[in-house]
Write a protein that binds this ligand. Structure first.
Ligand code: CTP
Length: 211
C-alpha cells in the first residue's frame, strides 16, 4: 500500500532574507511516515524545511512554500492514504520582493497577503477514482480542541481528523496527546512520545485499509 504525507512548516518568502512560517518541527509527521514504512507501506513524505534527517526507506520531497507542497503531493499520488501533518501557512506575502525591503518603522505600508491553497481540502475533494481511500488531517488547537477539530473535519471533507492540543509543548516538543475523530467515533491516545503516537495511528490506518 502507498502512503503520502506532508510534514513540517511551510516557509513563505517576504523578501530574500525574511519569511512567514511557524513552530512546527516536523517530528510527528516524520514519525508517522516511519511507522507506516515499518508496517510495509511505500511512503512519500513531502516535507517543509525541518532540521530532521531524511528517514531511511522513505521517498522524501523537500519543499518550501504551500504551493510547492500541494504540487509535490499531487505528483506523489495515487495513494491509499493521504495524511496532512504539515503546519501549512494559511497566508503568504502576495508579492514577495526580489530585493530586501526597507521596512517603514511606523508600521504602515503593511504586508499584503494572499491565501494559500488548502492541501488537505484539495485532496479530500478529488474525484473518487483518484482520491486516496483514507484522507486524514490534523487539527492543532490551543483551546476548545475537540469542538474545533470536529468542525474542521467537516470543513475539510477529510475522513479522520487527529486533534492535537498545542497549548503546551506539543508544537516542536517530543511528546504529544491526540484524539482520533473518525466517522465511527472518537478515541483519545494518552500523552506519549510522538513515535509511540505514530505507531498507534499507523496500526489503526492499516486496520481500516485492510478491513
Ligand atoms: N492544511 C493544509 N493546507 C492548508 C492549511 C491546512 O493541508 N493550507 C491541513 C493541515 O496539514 C492539517 C489541517 O489542514 O492537517 C488543519 O490545519 P490547521 O492549521 O489546524 O487548520 P487551518 O486550516 O489553518 O484552520 P485554522 O487556522 O482555522 O485553525
Amino acid at each position: 500500500m502507498r502512503a503520502v504525507l506532508t510534514a513540517g512548516p511551510t516557509l513563505e518568502p517576504i523578501d530574500p532574507v525574511r519569511f512567514l512560517s511557524n513552530r512546527s518541527s516536523g517530528r510527528q509527521g516524520y514519525a508517522l511516515a516511519e511507522a507506516l514504512a515499518a508496517l510495509g507501506f511505500e511512503v512519500t513524505l513531502v516535507s517543509g524545511p525541518t532540521a530532521l534527517n531524511d528517514p531511511p526507506g522513505i521517498a522524501i520531497v523537500r519543499v518550501e512554500t504551500a504551493r510547492e507542497m500541494l504540487a509535490a503531493v499531487e505528483d506523489a499520488l495515487p495513494a491509499d492514504v493521504f495524511i496532512a501533518v504539515a503546519a501549512v501557512a494559511a497566508w503568504r506575502p502576495a508579492e514577495p520582493s526580489a530585493i530586501k525591503l526597507k521596512l517603514d518603522k511606523s508600521g504602515h505600508g503593511a504586508l499584503k497577503l494572499a491565501e494559500n491553497p488548502d492541501i488537505l481540502k484539495t485532496i479530500a475533494a478529488l474525484a473518487p477514482q483518484v482520491r486516496p481511500r483514507l484522507v486524514i488531517g490534523f487539527a492543532a488547537e490551543t483551546h476548545d480542541v475537540l469542538d474545533h477539530a470536529r468542525a474542521k473535519r467537516m470543513r475539510k471533507g477529510c475522513d479522520w481528523i487527529i486533534a492535537n492540543d498545542v497549548s503546551g509543548s506539543a508544537m516542536g516538543g517530543a511528546d504529544n496527546a491526540v484524539t482520533l475523530i473518525t466517522p465511527q467515533g472518537e478515541e483519545s491516545l494518552g500523552q506519549a512520545p510522538k513515535t509511540e503516537i505514530a505507531r498507534q495511528i499507523a496500526q489503526r490506518i492499516v486496520a481500516v485499509l485492510t478491513a
